[in-house]
Design a protein around this ligand. Sequence first.
Ligand code: PGA
Length: 226
Amino acid sequence: MKIIVANWKMNGDLRFVDKFIEEINSIKSKNIVVVCPQTALIGRFYNFHYHLGAQNCFCVENGAFTGENSPKLLKQMGCKYVIIGHSERRMIFNEQDDLIFQKWKVATDQKLIPIVCIGETLENRNNWKKVISKQLNLFLDKPLGNTIFAYEPIWSIGTGIIPADNEIISAFEFIKDLLGQRIPLLYGGSVDSKNARSILSFNNIDGLLIGRASLKISEFKKIIQI
Ligand code: PGA
C-alpha cells in the first residue's frame, strides 16, 4: 500500500471539480489516496470518499490574520492532511525553513498529518545534500509522529524531467538516513501514469506527490489503481 497525494492545483471550472469527485469516488484503490485542493474548494469535497488535505496552512491556529487559513478550521472542514513548504510556497511566497517548521508544529498540534516538501533548485542540483540537510535541520531532533516528507527536486516539478533512477535512490537513502527509516517519504516531480509504477518500485519509496497528472482524471485513476 502506497501513499498517493494529489497537489490538486485546479483553478478553473467547478463542474470539473464535481466530475473529478464523482469519477474518483467510483473507483477502488488499495492505496492511501489524498487529494489536496486549494482552500476555496475544500468544502466542495464534502462527499469525497478518499482523504482530503490542504495545500498550505497558517503558522498560528486561529486569530486575526486576514486571508490566512487556520489549521484548526481546515481540520474541522474535513482535512486530514496538509502540505507544508511546497516549493511554490518557498519560491513565490518566500517561505523560509523556520516558518515552515512553525507551520509543521501547529499542524501537528491540530492533529493534521503534515506532508513536508523538500528539494533543491536546478542551480543547486550538485549541492542537493547540503540543501536538503538545511531544509530538514529543524526537524531532526523532534518527534515526527506521523509526519510525511516529500522529496521534490524543484527542477522536476512541472517540467517533465525526472531524475535518473540512481539519483532518486541515493536521495531517498540520504533523507531516510537523516530522518529514520520509519518516516514515510514520497517522491514528487513530473510523475504520470507511465513512470509512476517504476518510481514506486524503488526501495524505500512510500508514495508519490502528483501535480499536473492529478488534474487528468484518467491519469489519476490509473495511478491510484497501481
Ligand atoms: P508535477 O507537480 O507533478 O506537475 O511536476 C508536482 C507538485 O506540484 O508538487
